[in-house]
Design a protein around this ligand. Structure first.
Ligand code: HPA
Length: 273
């Protein structure tokens, strides 16, 4: 489908009828990282299903709600639940949420996800600030007619994970009990976890963690010039690192365990942004 600016504007205009302030920071919450949403004060909650031209969350651990409110005195909008290509969405459709956040007026975005550790020095419960990514699977979300209103046809992504936001997140880590690294995220389309051979290849290519999300949103943000911070919660060692099978339960349990400390870390980042 070839989108027009009006397509995204319809969603943003609807949301403006529900919310009378401009959010400064857009936050996308990954699997089981919902507790941050509970930190949003005076929340206004909008179900994705109510928003014209929006998408629907099909994954159990993703709530499917936009939450507007304040965190540490900053106006935010949180996506509690995101969209993935493995749900059947095309890469082009995955531009929708970030473009709507852009039209709502956010000035930066924070993307979060659960990820498997490729780097053997990482452990479940650690956090990785994305310094860069590798995406060799699937097409670009920016494929198709370019909407100049959002950004240029060809655009630089060499500094898309904003260096100043990464530094800010590293500084905030000093006051957090979490072990925080900076590293490279590699996108795999899922829904199957990777094979041990894919993980060995990922390590050889320079990946520190792997996951099934975030990169489409990050590219959309980079295209429309939105400063971006992306954080992975390490929920498991990636396939083949340990001699045991991976399971969604392991991922969800690990994400839930860290979600309180992670939520505090996110609050500190939002306050400092
Ligand atoms: N692979 C892909 N996605 C993930 C993983 C993983 O090991 N853990 C959490 N999300």
């Amino acid at each position: 489908m070839a989108y027009t600016r009006e397509y995204f504007q319809t969603s943003a205009d609807f949301l403006r009828t529900r919310v009378d302030f401009t959010p400064e920071v857009g936050v996308v919450l990954g699997s089981c990282l919902g507790p941050f949403a509970q930190a949003v004060e005076t929340p206004i909650v909008v179900d994705y299903a109510e928003i014209p031209h929006f998408l629907l969350s099909t994954v159990a651990s993703h709530a499917g709600k936009l939450i507007f409110g304040s965190v540490e005195g900053r106006k935010v909008v949180c996506m509690s639940g995101r969209f993935h290509s493995y749900e059947g969405y095309s890469f082009e459709e995955l531009v929708i949420p970030i473009r709507v956040l852009k039209l709502l007026g956010v000035r930066s975005v924070i993307l979060t996800n659960a990820a498997g550790a490729v780097n053997r020095d990482y452990r479940p419960g650690d956090v990785m600030i994305l310094r860069d990514h590798i995406k060799l699977n699937g097409t670009s979300p920016l494929r198709g007619p370019n909407l100049e209103d959002f950004g240029p046809r060809f655009f630089d992504v060499s500094r898309m994970y904003a260096p100043d936001l990464r530094k800010l997140a590293l500084d905030c880590a000093k006051d957090s009990p979490l072990r925080v690294h900076e590293g490279t995220y590699m996108f795999f389309p899922g829904p199957q976890f990777e094979t041990p051979a894919e993980i060995r290849a990922a390590r050889f290519l320079g990946a520190d963690a792997v996951g099934m999300s975030t990169v489409t949103e990050a590219l959309t943000a980079a295209h429309c010039g939105l400063p971006l911070l992306a954080l992975s919660v390490i929920t498991n060692m990636a396939a083949g690192v340990l001699d045991q099978p991976l399971s969604a339960e392991e991922v969800d349990e690990a994400a839930e365990k860290i979600s309180g400390a992670f939520s505090d870390y996110m609050k500190a980042i939002v306050a400092a942004i």
